[in-house]
Design a protein around this ligand. Structure first.
Ligand code: HOZ
Length: 432
């Protein structure tokens, strides 16, 4: 059933030509496959659970354009809605009714959000939320967690996950220490470390920001009591709790991690799914805090393409599709089958591995684990992951090209897709 001899001549030609046109041949570092070796495949088209490269090889996709494709790539209903919206124009730079519709959907779904501001990416949402945390509390310091990634803004590039972890980069040149001196870090799942930082920086910490389920250091779940503990500590110190739900929002449940775990932060950032595959981000939260944002209040943040009608349309249709009964049960069912199956295959073939899933988000590390934080994740055999990744690609399975990224499924993935994937994993792991 599996294709073990893919031809990727056109991909190679295009990627070689890209080298002199764009840094590393890409517009976002992880895509370059640097940490897994070999060359990336160049995509031609996507549909449902599948992607096709320019050489016409088909793959079962577990990246889902890094999360947004939860209803399957190029979902016909999303595409039809976009066709109609296109007829009315591509950008307004003025209020439009679609913004109200998506805002209401987000406010209804996400427990912490009473007001929302749409932006164009998760990075932008996190930059803005940081400014808001500081404006509201009149404090400068923040706490983030090692291996968590909140976009590429200067003040978050401290012990960051995603591409920074993938490439093993030290904190980026070009980021002045004067900017990061107020970014304190702690290991994920370590409440004691957070308490110590608050003690050492009394009345100076604006808040704590985290991915409530980490996706940018690979998939790492919060330990029981961790999110609740952060809620208590931040309350106690008059600081804000911010969930970066760019990955988890509308993915691990309709209301995100805060609904799943029953812990309500003060502010939340979103992206990916709420744009249905078009560029969107959002930040929102308590009305009293959001009322500080201009023009309601003095904290400035703006954007020409914010609330773009096409992005709003794709987001609205995607959320409508997700509201259908059974969506999240189905995502849990197929993703659990995949995540458990991968660990079982690793065990059968003699590889130390650990991993898991929550709804349509999953991960697997080549280490016996358990993985509670970035330090644990780094114990993973990344060279083995690279060989596994390449083998899976050759068997028609497209996985995130980094050990330090979560995987994503969609409602378009079938049980048969999962079985084919596990069969491929069995063949590849047997040969590692
Ligand atoms: N930073 C993204 C994943 N966490 C990768 C985005 C991309 O390469 O498209």
């Amino acid at each position: 059933m599996v294709n073990t001899t893919i031809k990727t001549t056109k991909s190679q030609e295009i990627f070689s030509a890209a080298q002199s046109l764009m840094p590393g041949g890409v517009n976002s570092p992880v895509r370059a496959f640097k940490s897994v070796g070999g060359q990336p495949i160049v995509f031609d088209r996507v549909k449902g659970a599948y992607v096709w490269d320019v050489d016409d090889n088909q793959y079962i996709d577990y990246v889902g354009t890094w999360g947004p494709a939860i209803c399957g790539h190029a979902n016909p209903e999303v595409i039809a809605a976009l066709h109609s919206a296109l007829e009315k124009g591509t950008s307004f730079g003025a209020p439009c009714a679609l913004e109200n519709v998506l805002a209401e959907m987000v406010i209804d779904a996400v427990p912490s959000i009473e007001m929302v501001r749409f932006v164009n990416s998760g990075t932008e949402a996190c930059m803005a939320v940081l400014r808001l945390m500081r404006a509201f509390t009149k404090r400068d310091k923040i706490i983030k967690f090692e291996g968590c990634y909140h976009g590429h803004a200067d003040m978050f590039l401290v012990k960051a996950g995603s591409g920074v972890a993938t490439l093993g980069l030290p904190d980026s040149p070009g980021v002045p220490s004067s900017v990061t001196k107020n970014t304190l870090t702690a290991p994920f799942n370590d409440l004691e470390a957070v308490k110590v930082l608050f003690e050492e920086n009394r009345d100076q910490i604006a808040g704590v920001i985290l991915e409530p389920v980490v996706g940018n250091a690979g998939f790492v779940s919060p330990d029981a009591g961790f999110l609740e503990g952060l809620r208590e500590i931040t309350h106690e110190h008059g600081a804000l709790l911010v969930f970066d739900e760019v990955m988890t929002g509308f993915r691990i449940s309709y209301g995100g991690a805060q609904e799943k775990f029953g812990v309500t932060p003060d502010l939340t950032t979103l992206g990916k799914i709420i744009g249905g595959g078009l560029p969107v981000g959002a930040y929102g939260g308590r009305r009293d805090i959001m009322s500080m944002v201009a023009p309601a209040g003095p904290m400035y943040q703006a954007g020409t393409l914010s609330g773009n009608p096409l992005a709003m349309t794709a987001g609205i249709k995607t959320l409508e599709l997700l509201q259908k009964p059974g969506t999240y049960d189905y995502l849990e069912q197929v993703t659990k089958k995949l995540a458990d199956g991968l660990i079982e295959v690793a065990r059968e073939t003699g590889h130390a591995a650990c991993g898991g899933n929550i709804s349509g988000m999953f991960g697997m590390f080549f280490t016996k684990g358990p993985v509670h934080n970035y330090e644990d994740a780094k114990a993973s055999d990344t060279a083995k992951f690279g060989r596994f990744h390449r083998g899976m690609l050759e068997h028609g399975i497209y996985l995130a090209p980094s050990q330090f990224e979560a995987g994503f499924t969609s409602i378009a993935h079938t049980e048969e897709d999962i079985e084919r994937t596990l069969q491929a994993a069995r063949e590849v792991m047997s040969s590692l």
